[in-house]
Design a protein around this ligand. Structure first.
Ligand code: NDP
Ligand code: PYC
Length: 341
């Protein structure tokens, strides 16, 4: 397939062509080549997998944030080997993904030797989907869990004002005959990115996602974005998980809680300045049968009781479809090309 083909109203790009275009945008806005590559791959892979709230939709936000001086696009993460099962990274006010990339070899070596290892990233900005951070570990036979906190926009269950971020949790585990088992979910009823997309399209949200500036339930995404707030998923249960994410991703790493940073002096800043935690486990150290066989058996049983869709199935279907190329509408492609100029 050629790098780009055109159809009425849309263009289809190969993954490489999209990565190259996004990389150009990051470089054009002052990031180092290393940061540009990592973020471009992350964002292009989200688009490829149909994770639209964190695909190319995010590029204008990355650009306005870089322009605002809020984040350092040339940060060099500082990796610290602090204990047999603990790695710390100071992302130096840069993005979390390059910090993870810098610490990854040490983290994996520790997980394999100690059976478990923690990576605590602080002073970092995460503006992306979380599954790309955990899925690669499962392809290497490891189990991985990650949490990241974001920006105050979620009302804790039982409270009347926002405090928590949308705080996602992602998990990945290998399985014997198939793609790894991966889920990645915001602890808010809906991701902030999806509220922005609904507002742009002029669509109403399902009930129970958020409140307006007076704290009244609303289905209007604009009312949520303009002074309103989101609710946790699952009432007190999602709220407890969101609290846990604040503790693990911020308190434990040395990063900011979602309510602790103030970007008001940086108009255009969109990336939360927080922290991220990863826990990686080597299941070969565990008792019992091979873990990947056991997870395969669990999936078999789930299918046996009628389950049609595992978390991750939709993404992998989209990924397979994107082997033919990633389709962008003309307006989106033109916007990306303009950002690269
Ligand atoms: P979704 O609710 O769309 O999906 C959550 C998970 O559930 C996914 O693993 C999804 O798999 C799976 N899933 C969805 N529907 C079903 C179903 N019917 N049956 C089985 N599994 C299902 O995601 P969210 O809206 O909660 O989050 C969207 C993204 O936003 C995430 O990638 C998250 O990391 C990101 N985010 C990032 C933040 C940050 O600070 N960086 C903050 C908040 C969110 P599949 O993917 O295959 O559909
Ligand atoms: O979609 O909630 C979200 C989000 C916050 C930060 C990055 N994405």
């Amino acid at each position: 397939m050629s790098a780009q083909s055109e159809h009425a109203g849309s263009s289809t790009l190969s993954l490489d062509a999209l990565v190259n275009l996004l990389e150009k945008i990051f470089l054009r806005h002052g990031t180092s080549p290393e940061v540009a590559r990592v973020l471009a791959e992350n964002c292009a892979c989200a688009e490829r997998d149909g994770a639209h709230s964190h695909g190319v939709f995010r590029m204008p936000g990355y650009v306005s944030t870089l322009k605002s001086g809020w984040v350092s696009g040339r940060a060099v993460p500082v990796v610290e080997d602090v204990a047999s099962g603990f790695v710390r990274v100071d992302a130096a006010n840069g993005f979390a993904q390059p910090a993870l990339a810098a610490a990854r070899p040490l983290l994996v070596a520790k997980a394999r030797s100690a059976g478990i290892a923690v990576l605590a990233i602080r002073n970092s900005h995460h503006f992306a989907a979380l599954w790309p951070d955990v899925e690669p570990f499962a392809y290497e036979g490891l189990v991985a869990l990650s949490v990241v906190n974001s920006m105050t926009c979620v009302v804790p269950h039982g409270a009347d004002r926002p405090l928590f971020g949308t705080n996602p949790i992602a998990f990945a585990a290998p399985r014997a005959d198939g793609e790894p088992i991966v889920f990645d979910l915001a602890t808010s009823a809906i991701a902030h990115g999806d509220v922005q997309i609904a507002a742009r399209k002029g669509e109403l949200l399902p009930p129970g996602m958020g409140v307006d500036s007076l704290g009244q339930p609303t289905r209007d995404p604009k009312a949520i974005l303009e002074g309103g707030a989101l609710l946790p998923f699952g009432g007190h249960k999602g709220s407890a998980l969101s609290m846990m994410v604040e503790l693990l991703a911020a308190a434990l790493t040395g990063g900011n809680f979602s309510f602790e940073f103030d970007w008001s002096n940086h108009p255009g800043a969109k990336t939360p300045w927080t922290g991220q935690l990863l826990i990686v486990i080597d299941p070969s150290k565990a008792a019992g049968q091979d873990f990947a066989q056991r997870s395969q058996e669990l999936v078999r049983q789930m299918h046996g009781v009628g389950l049609r869709r595992l978390p991750g199935d939709r993404r992998h279907r989209e990924r397979a479809r994107s082997a033919e190329g990633i389709t962008l509408d003309e307006q989106t492609l033109a916007q990306l090309q303009a950002l690269a100029q």
